[in-house]
Write a protein that binds this ligand. Structure first.
Ligand code: BF8
Ligand code: SF4
Length: 637
């Protein structure tokens, strides 16, 4: 295929041409060659036991049950459950890493500082801890003890769920018997429940999936974000640059890729400390660039520039000017090493349970964080001398973007308009119709879909219709690359939205706020949930009543399915632009999408949110707006 059909990003197009000339295979090439299995695409392939693999013939032409008797509904529901399990365990493990890093820090075993003391106090109070007269370390001790309980307690429910859920959602989940006990037990129970010969009732399996997604939401997303804010501080608005042009020819370039900011923050710190070493190899300095969600974490808190997002993660290497790519966990393509070995780039893995064959492994632990980060930066510096000048070609384009829109930052920006009642201007704008509603654009890019196109097109369509957009993850990167995280993007907004963004921006000394507010990484979808709870609380309604939706136009990772299910359960409609692999079951499809009006149970009826599966972004925008209008009407606005 023509590179123009693979990605909207011209820099990535340029690198794909270069890769072709140099005989290097990328994820885009592999996606083009990989035919998609029709059974797997519909979720009807089961390989849970050695009687199988079994596959159910669609449209009734062939076997309708696996050897054990499981039908398409059971198999599809179980496969979806397992996807959500993968996402949940990823996020829960992320949160647990942060809990332990905090504990080691206050015990003096890890070289970090507690930077978010306000957040710490706020969390402590929310968790019912008396903060009077207590030292910071003592508060960290008590807050992390509450966090650890969420991995251990055998009764009641997650502390973080009680802390962060909207009251009406809590009551609903309690009534439906969906409150999880502890994260590890729920993951283990889910695994036990989905093995061959255990739960085969599709409706029951779907309820289990929803329950697990609450673990993802509270013991994964919220806990990670909250405790990262305690460790590294809550993000505030920052300005940074996007696209491959942020890689600098004359500097030592290090790409930081993955998810947990413990490593990424240290690499930035040591790049600063070792700046003086760069001239010794003829470089002008050390340049850190972000990829994927590590990129988001550094962008949000440090204003570090972002090179690219998921589908094009191989491209920074193809510039020939990347001296090291350091990775931790999740969304790291094994194919990176195939590309790295064709250049001087050293791919460095850091986590013992996340290695790539052929890559350098420098073990990262919080205790040895300084040593590891120092070694990584020193290696990159020495790799600078190994570059092949004939292979260097860096695309020039750069775009400017704002990020750092934590809920705290958004409220602060709004209080410049109304100090005593900051949410009022936003709520008034929604009520008056200047803002029609709000949509969160979240998730990935996927080498099977033209990169960035669907994220960008959807946002263009929404803002044209005066829908306020917030964004996270790799989709936020898509928006950053195309000027939608900058006030320049205001020209694409409808008049009402433009007016509000301009007024709030100017009250804060900016020409305007950008049309899309970048709220962070994928775990930071918790920030979006917090904002929704705050708005619902202010209006004294449920989250399900708000004229809002979430959308993941270029989904690739099961994590996105876990997050999406958590939002569904919270009463938010969720659009997906990539086949969620459930179409092989009418039952599962109907429960999730409420496609058939008289269907006995739907997530829409139970929680107030449904899945909208639509690949075309313009049509998706119409469907989302239709639901927003319906919810506005029910609110009487
Ligand atoms: O957690 S958006 S491609 S990097 S899964 Fe992965 Fe998707 Fe990017 Fe971040 Ni989220
Ligand atoms: Fe086949 Fe049933 Fe085994 Fe799945 S669990 S592979 S459907 S026999």
């Amino acid at each position: 295929p023509d590179v123009k059909d693979l990605t909207m990003d011209t820099g990535v197009q340029q690198m794909l041409e270069k890769a072709r000339e140099e005989g290097i295979e990328t994820a885009f090439d592999r996606a083009a060659k990989m035919t998609q299995c029709g059974f797997g695409s519909q979720g009807v392939c089961c390989r849970l036991c050695l009687e199988g693999p079994c596959r159910i013939a669609p449209k009734g032409k062939g076997p309708q049950r696996g050897v054990c008797g499981a039908d398409a509904d059971t198999i599809v529901a179980r496969n979806l459950y397992q996807h959500v399990m993968q996402g949940t365990s990823s996020h829960v493990e992320h949160a647990r890493e942060i809990v332990h890093a905090l504990i080691e820090t206050i015990e003096g075993h890890a070289p970090y500082q507690i930077q978010g003391t306000d957040k710490l106090k706020c969390l402590a109070q929310g968790l019912g801890i008396d903060i009077e007269g207590k030292e910071i370390n003592q508060l960290v001790k008590e807050v992390t003890a509450k966090a650890l309980e969420d991995f251990q307690k055998q009764h009641g429910t997650l502390n973080w769920l009680k802390l962060k859920s909207h009251e009406k959602n809590f009551q609903n989940w309690e009534a439906l018997n969906l409150l999880p006990e502890n994260a590890h037990a729920e993951i283990a129970k889910s695994l036990a429940r989905t093995v061959m010969g255990a739960d085969s009732d599709p409706a029951n399996l779907l309820m289990g999936t929803v329950k697990l997604s609450l673990v993802d939401g509270f013991a994964g997303l919220h806990m990670s974000t909250d405790l990262q804010d305690v460790m590294f501080g809550t993000p505030r608005a920052v300005k940074a640059q996007y696209r491959l042009g942020v890689i600098k020819k004359d500097m030592v370039n290090i790409a930081v890729h993955g998810h947990v900011p413990l490593l990424a923050e240290k690499v930035v710190e040591w790049a600063g400390k070792l700046e003086g070493e760069a001239p010794k190899v003829g470089a002008q300095g050390i340049n850190i660039v972000g990829v994927c969600c590590s990129g988001n974490e550094l962008l949000m808190r440090k204003g570090v520039n972002v090179a690219t997002n998921y589908a094009s993660q191989e491209m920074p290497i193809i510039t020939g000017a990347l001296d090291a790519m350091v990775v931790d966990i999740q969304c790291i393509m094994p194919g990176l090493q195939q590309v790295a070995q064709c250049y001087h780039t050293e791919l460095i893995t850091t986590i013992p349970y996340s290695k790539i064959s052929g890559a350098t492994h420098i073990e990262f632990s919080t205790e040895k964080a300084d040593e590891a980060a120092r070694e990584i930066v020193m290696r990159a510096i020495s790799n600078f001398t190994k570059r092949d000048p004939n292979k260097i070609s860096i695309p020039e384009e750069i775009t400017e973007a704002y990020a750092g829109f934590s809920v705290e930052q958004i409220v602060e920006a709004l209080s410049a308009v109304n100090k005593s009642d900051p949410l009022k201007p936003l709520v008034d704008s929604i009520a008056s119709g200047s803002i029609l509603g709000a949509v969160a654009i979240v998730g990935c890019t996927n080498p099977r879909r033209k990169q960035d196109k669907y994220n960008v097109e959807l946002v263009m369509e929404l803002i044209k219709n005066n829908v306020l957009v917030v964004a996270t993850g790799c989709s936020a990167h898509s928006l950053g690359k195309f000027g939608l995280l900058s006030p320049d993007g205001l020209k694409y907004c409808g008049e009402g939205l433009r007016g509000v963004l301009t007024a709030v921006g100017q009250a804060n000394g900016l020409p305007a706020l950008p049309p899309a507010l970048h709220m962070g990484s994928c775990v930071d979808n918790s920030r979006i949930a917090d904002l929704l709870s705050a708005l619902a609380g202010y209006l004294n309604v449920g989250v399900k009543d708000l004229p809002v939706a979430g959308s993941c136009p270029e989904t690739h990772h099961p994590k996105a399915l876990a997050i999406g299910t958590y939002f569904l359960a919270s009463g938010v409609d969720v659009h997906v632009g990539v086949n969620p692999q459930v179409t092989g079951s009418e039952l599962v499809t109907n429960v999730l999408t409420a496609a058939k009006e008289d269907f006995p149970i739907t997530t829409d009826a139970l929680f107030g949110g449904k899945i909208i599966y639509e690949e075309d972004s313009v049509k998706a925008a119409e469907l989302i707006i239709e639901r927003i209008k319906m919810k506005r009407k029910a609110l009487g606005i």
